[in-house]
Write a new protein. Structure first.
Length: 177
């Protein structure tokens, strides 16, 4: 578990599934992530995340807002073995529309990044998003990540003509590495 001023990052609980499914079903959120997920797909994602947390000690944690105990999304790190620029540790976040624009992604991502360098034997952590997703790129910059254009890629699970296919990669490097 990671605590920030306004968030608790932790494994998902069964009572989080409904709220997380609503986030995953919202096209304003999901369209940046390859499309909406139905409840079964969202629950499967929770199961995979929690299995990784149990096995590795980390993945995308549930982001619980301290003020009201509501799960507003997920923030964290995951071991990426398949999509470019794998293999690597990937930083990521997904927040409900009502939780966006309040600095929560930046706050949680900074804490997850700090946790990663304190607890994982890696010299860098990467993040990527569609080249048109300037909001996520702004979060990456605010937490100290820098663009790494040599690793930019066309997302292999998106059609060649998909408007989000081109992805930009940002990197954070361990101090002294």
């Amino acid at each position: 578990m990671i605590e920030t001023e306004r968030l608790i990052l932790r494994a998902f609980r069964d009572e989080d599934r409904e709220a997380f499914a609503a986030i995953n079903a919202d096209p304003r959120v999901a369209d940046w992530l390859g499309g909406v997920r139905d409840r079964a797909a969202s629950d499967d994602l929770v199961d995979r995340i929690n299995a990784n947390i149990a096995r590795l000690g980390y993945d995308f944690w549930a982001a619980e807002r301290k003020a009201d105990g509501v799960v507003v999304g997920m923030i964290g790190l995951r071991l990426e073995l398949h999509d470019p620029p794998a293999p690597c540790v990937e930083m990521g976040w997904r927040l409900a529309v009502g939780a966006q624009g309040q600095g929560l992604a930046t706050e949680g991502a900074r804490a997850a990044l700090d946790w990663g360098f304190a607890n994982l034997d890696v010299n860098e952590i990467l993040a990527w998003t569609a080249d048109s997703n300037v909001a996520s790129q702004a979060v990456m910059r605010r937490i100290g990540m820098t663009p790494d254009p040599s690793r930019d890629f066309d997302h292999p699970r998106l059609a060649e003509d998909h408007p989000l296919r081109r992805h930009v990669v940002f990197a954070a490097r361990r101090a002294g590495a």
